[in-house]
Each structure stands twice: as C-alpha cells, then as structure tokens.
Design a protein around this ligand. Structure first.
Ligand SMILES: [Mg+2]
Length: 254
C-alpha cells in the first residue's frame, strides 16, 4: 500500500520563528531608545507583540503578510500610550518595514533543517506520495519552497490563509487513512487536526509561537508518533507500517 505524507513547512522543514524573534529583539531595542526606563521587559514586550499578532489573525480570519508588521506598529502605539508619549509617524513606518522584512527571501535561502532532503528522497524513492500543506501568504510561502529547492518535491503546494478540516480532507483525497501521515511541529495546526480527520500524525515539536500554544494537549495519543527531529524520520519510516502501535505516544508514555 502506498503511503501519503502531508508535510507542514514552517518549523517542520525550515526554521521560521527565529526570523520573528530577531525582529522582536530589534523592536525592543528601538523601544528602549524611545521610552528609556518606561519600556517593559523584553519578555513582556514580546508577549504584547504576539498577542496583538494573534488578535489580528483572528480579526482577519487568516495569516496575511502585513499582520506581524502591524502588530509591531500597534504595540508601539500601546507603549506610547503607557508612557504618555506622542506616536511618531516616522517611527510607525520604520517599524512597519522592520516587520515586513520577515519576508525577505535571504532569511529563508538554504535553511532546510538537517535531514530533510534525505527524508524526502527516501519517501519519494519508495514510491510514496509527498504533499505539502502550509499556511501563510501565497507568494511568500511559495518563495520559501522555491529558495530551498522544495518545489521539486512539492510541485503543487497547498497554501492557505488558515488551515481547516475541509482543506485537509481535500489533500487526503480518499487515501487510506492508516496510510496517510501528517508531519508537523504544531499540536494545534498539525497534530490534532490530523487525528480529527482520522489520519495519523507525526509530531516533531519545535519553536512554537504563542498562537500555536492555544490548545489543550494532544487529543489522540494512539494516533500520534513523536520524533525529536525530522532526521529521525529516516530511522522511523521503515517501521511505520509494521510497528506503528508500539511507536505511538499512547504506548511510549505507558
Ligand atoms: Mg509549522
């Protein structure tokens, strides 16, 4: 039986969160120079940015390219208010473009996590099916795939503003659910939606931001295998058909 693997991109095949964290650090340094002793701690400021980011995603109903940039601008406005200081339009512009620079292709070029190509080659070489399902702005998600040579493996990427159950169904496309695997780094976006759709999940925890932490734990541990890194999939792949039950979290945590 042919297996179908549905991969997530950000945080699974390439790092993503560090690009945001670096800009939040720069943002804090700018706020420090602006507000001096009135600026809250880095942690608190980062939390404000991430919460504003999440609020904007909910408000827009999806991931759009200017949301992170606007969350910096809006957090600056909030800090100005806290410090009873006037908002500068020049500063707002500067922060907007700082946020938008998260999409510069240089961030993503040749940033595949160790083992990705070996894993994809192995799966492809065995005649299994490779799919990718990723959320974010279409042109930027496509750019990330392109600058990492991933379009060769995923010529028809499924890119969405917000992942949902019916899209996942479309990608599963009637394939045998015990031979369909979602591979991703997020419980909220990858693991629980996969098991809710009846397919199997391979969970590789990594660099989650606040949005991804909004869940109540793994729902179906009997349908989830957790790996330390994508590289581990090389070792686990040959065992998926025959040893699945013993590899699952339900069994491992006993
Ligand atoms: Mg991810």
């Amino acid at each position: 039986m042919i297996n179908k693997f549905i991969f997530d991109l950000d945080g699974t095949l390439i790092p993503c969160e560090p690009h945001y964290q670096r800009r939040i650090n720069t943002f804090w340094t700018l706020m420090d120079s602006e507000f001096k002793d009135d600026v809250p701690t880095v942690l608190l400021v980062a939390d404000m940015v991430e919460k504003e980011n999440g609020r904007l995603i909910d408000e827009r109903g999806g991931f759009e390219e200017d949301i992170f940039a606007l969350s910096l601008v809006n957090t600056y406005a909030a800090l100005s208010k806290m410090a009873s200081s006037a908002v500068s339009e020049t500063r707002k512009d500067q922060l907007f473009w700082l946020g938008m620079s998260v999409w510069d292709p240089e961030n993503y070029e040749h940033t595949l996590l160790p083992g990705v190509i070996e894993v994809l080659d192995m799966i492809k070489g065995n005649g299994d099916m490779l799919k990718i399902y990723t959320k974010g702005p279409k042109k930027h998600q496509r750019m990330k795939l392109e600058v990492n040579g991933l379009l060769e493996y995923f010529p028809h990427p499924f890119i969405t503003r917000m992942k949902n159950a019916s899209q996942l169904d479309t990608i599963v496309d009637g394939h045998d659910k015990d031979h369909t695997y979602k591979v991703g780094n997020s419980v909220r976006s990858d693991v629980n939606p996969a098991t809710a759709a009846g397919i199997r999940a391979i969970y590789i925890p990594r660099e989650e931001w606040l949005y991804e932490q909004g869940h109540n734990g793994i729902e179906r541990k009997d349908r989830v295998v957790r790996l330390e890194s994508i590289r581990d999939l090389q070792r686990t792949y040959p065992l998926l058909d025959t040893e699945w039950d013993s590899l699952t979290l339900a069994r491992q945590e006993k």
